[in-house]
Design a protein around this ligand. Structure first.
Ligand SMILES: [Zn+2]
Length: 479
């Protein structure tokens, strides 16, 4: 007979992963199929260290997971769709695998490899559960390197070079891939593991439908282009979470427009032509080539370390600020003079920039490459730029510092006096002797670039640039 009826209170978990549906989660006790993992714990702990983590701190999450493993790998799922598990079972809980030559197999639609359970003799029934999704995805490294059927390729490509993934699946995708590869092939699956941070909503919190802060790149891809969005997503330290903001995408589009405009400016002079390296490049060209060497080495090194944000940063500091804002202005008059040193230098640095930017802005770089050079069918067939022939030492850094202080002082003087940069002026440059000497050595370039009709020099402690003939200025600017 019934003694009593009462309401009890459960702790109820709710479903928040992926769908955010918040439905209560109910636990059911069911028989499952496991792969033994626990006996391999020590091996996993030793071997995982042979993979290099980017950033290094992410290895902690894998190590902690392995260290704290409490159960084996449950590989069976009670779902309608999925990869069939190649097993039959008897009512006494014995499991009979398919023969290897039967694979792939759907047990429900095939006869078992033996008539009855080899252990107890009971009749066999097909397993209708499907495989945990990580069963398939944990063999990616083995599959692409040809472990199963391409021994020649496997010898060449295993362990594979790189796994790219997010923090949220370190304990699943990364862990199971390491486990399966180690057990089956006896080695770690990859040399490098790169763990991305998460792209957060514009408000800096995790994107979720219920919070309404979900942004899709497709929302405005027509407006900004795929390259600008890609650059935005790569413009963060590897492993850091960052909020997605359309403002940042707009900034990247401006950068790419700058690149397009620089190429358009250069095209009439250098498009589809080859130039020999001049024996003695013009000092301004020698300077930008030295800066270029530093840029190429920094970027190649950044790619080697998967520091894509450094490449993006270099595009601003080198391409935008140094090449576009300074060099292109300084070289313009020589382009019109058909100066071969200028042609050679501009063609070389622009091409290298296009090649080096290509992996992270593939569309615009392919377009510019095919219009401007097109030596190969695709920019992807170009080699990494070699800059070992370019002269670089600390004299060029001094040159750079002096040049930047001069051009910025001249520009500021014009702006302060509300003179258009294109209006002719006379200037007095006051400053330390070495700076005045430097200015004299590139006087023609300064005069042509800033439309200076006359420069007079005065020694002084700090650099100042004054416009020395306001009368004629207003006359010219009015004209
Ligand atoms: Zn049995």
């Amino acid at each position: 007979y019934l003694v009593k009826v009462e309401k009890i209170k459960h702790n109820v978990l709710s479903h928040t992963e992926r769908s955010d549906c918040l439905s209560p989660v109910e636990f059911l006790v069911k028989k499952q199929i496991y792969i033994k993992v626990l006996p391999f714990r020590d091996k996993l702990l030793n071997e995982y260290k042979r993979m290099k983590f980017h950033p290094e701190r992410m290895s902690y999450y894998l190590e902690e997971w392995i260290r704290n493993l409490e159960w084996d790998w449950n590989i069976s799922r009670q779902r309608v769709y999925g990869t069939p598990l190649p097993f039959w079972y008897c009512d006494n809980g014995h499991l009979v695998p398919a023969r290897e030559d039967m694979l792939p197999v759907t047990p429900e639609k095939s006869e078992p490899p033996v008539d009855k359970c080899p252990v107890c003799g009971a009749p066999l029934k097909p397993v209708t559960d499907v495989a945990d999704v990580w069963i398939d995805s944990s063999i990616t490294a083995l599959y692409i390197s040809g472990y199963f059927d391409k021994p020649e390729r496997f010898k060449r490509t295993f362990p594979t070079s790189l796994r790219l993934q997010g923090t949220d699946i370190i304990r699943t995708w990364l862990f199971y891939t390491l486990f399966r590869t180690l057990v089956l092939a006896g080695d770690v699956p990859f040399k490098d593991v790169l763990i991305n941070g998460q792209v957060l909503g514009p408000d800096g919190t995790r994107m979720s439908k219920s919070k309404g802060n979900v942004v899709s790149p497709l929302d405005r891809i027509d407006e900004f282009g795929a390259d600008a969005i890609r650059l935005t997503l790569l413009d963060a330290r590897i492993g850091d979470d960052f909020p997605f903001k359309w403002e940042k995408v707009r900034g990247k589009k401006l950068l790419l427009q700058k690149l397009w405009n620089a190429s358009r400016l250069a095209y009439p002079f250098i498009g589809k032509k080859r130039f020999e390296k001049p024996e003695r490049p013009h000092p301004i060209d020698a300077w930008i080539l030295a800066m270029h060497r530093k840029f190429v080495e920094t970027v190649v090194n950044a790619y080697r370390n998967y520091d894509f944000y450094v490449v993006v940063e270099q595009m601003y500091s080198y391409f935008w600020q140094t090449v576009a804002d300074e060099y292109l202005e300084l070289v313009k008059y020589r382009l019109f003079q058909e100066d071969l040193s200028a042609y050679y230098t501009l063609s070389r640095i622009l091409k290298d920039i296009i090649v080096l930017l290509h992996p992270i802005a593939p569309h615009i770089t392919e377009e510019i490459y095919s219009l401007m050079w097109g030596d190969k069918i695709s920019v992807q067939l170009e080699r990494l730029p070699d800059v070992s022939d370019i002269e670089y030492d600390k004299r060029f850094e001094e040159f750079d510092a002096k040049l930047m202080s001069l051009t910025s002082a001249i520009r500021t003087a014009k702006i302060k006096n509300r003179i258009p940069l294109s209006a002719p002026v006379k200037v007095t440059i006051r400053g330390p002797k070495d700076l005045l000497e430097f200015s004299k050595s590139i006087e023609t370039d300064l005069m042509r670039t800033f439309r200076i009709e006359e420069i007079s020099y005065q020694e002084g402690e700090t650099l100042t640039v004054e416009l020395s003939d306001h009368g004629s200025l207003s006359h010219h600017s009015a004209a």
